[in-house]
Design a protein around this ligand. Structure first.
Ligand code: MN
Length: 190
């Protein structure tokens, strides 16, 4: 199976000024593409050759895992963004209020988790086996599916995600990104 980069559901300049076209061209067009290209090379003639990316994430280790998980994580991240954002559906808001107290508390907790992750990685909103919402951090390519959690939302906090537009200001990137999250899509993953 040859993996290919999924198309973005918006033009490269549509998320500006939160994310510039240049950021999308590098992050989606080069970083994400490279994970896909590496994955295709690594799985050729391997036990992972005929697996979908989510199955490889659950079964592989090492370089195969790293490239498959980065491919999965980037697709999930880019598919959750939309120009102008969307209103949070009630079903999601109720679960967020139950878990974190309020949507404002959730935003603060999520941004804190993303801002304080040391080095490269991802911040996540997930649903656990009891269907409670939890915020988690993962290092590098790690993905919470391997810990039995269902991802609903992720934010990329590798420097390549924000360095063109925000330089070292990760917190400014996170604050701005909040305005282009597609909460309808997040709720649809419950
Ligand atoms: Mn990235």
């Amino acid at each position: 199976m040859i993996h290919s980069i999924p198309e973005l559901p918006y033009p490269h300049d549509a998320l500006s000024p939160v994310l510039s076209a240049e950021t999308i061209e590098y992050h989606y067009g080069k970083h994400f593409q490279t994970y896909i290209d590496n994955l295709n090379k690594l799985v050729e003639d391997s036990p992972y050759e005929d697996m979908e990316i989510d199955e490889i994430v659950m079964k592989a280790g090492g370089a195969v895992f790293n490239n498959a998980a980065q491919a999965w994580n980037h697709d999930f991240y880019f598919q959750t963004l939309v120009p102008g954002g969307t209103e949070m559906p009630e079903i999601l808001e109720e679960k967020i209020v139950k878990a974190f107290g309020s949507t404002a508390d959730f935003k603060a907790d999520f941004i804190k988790a993303a801002a304080t992750l040391f080095g490269s990685g991802w911040a996540w909103l997930c649903e656990d086996k009891e269907e409670n919402l939890v915020i988690t951090q993962t290092q590098n390519a790690e993905n919470p599916m391997t810990q039995g959690l269902k991802p609903l939302l992720t934010v990329d906090v590798w420097e390549h995600a924000y360095y063109i537009d925000y330089r070292n200001r990760r917190a400014a990137y996170l604050e701005a990104l909040w305005d282009i999250i597609d909460w309808k899509k997040v709720a649809g993953r419950l």
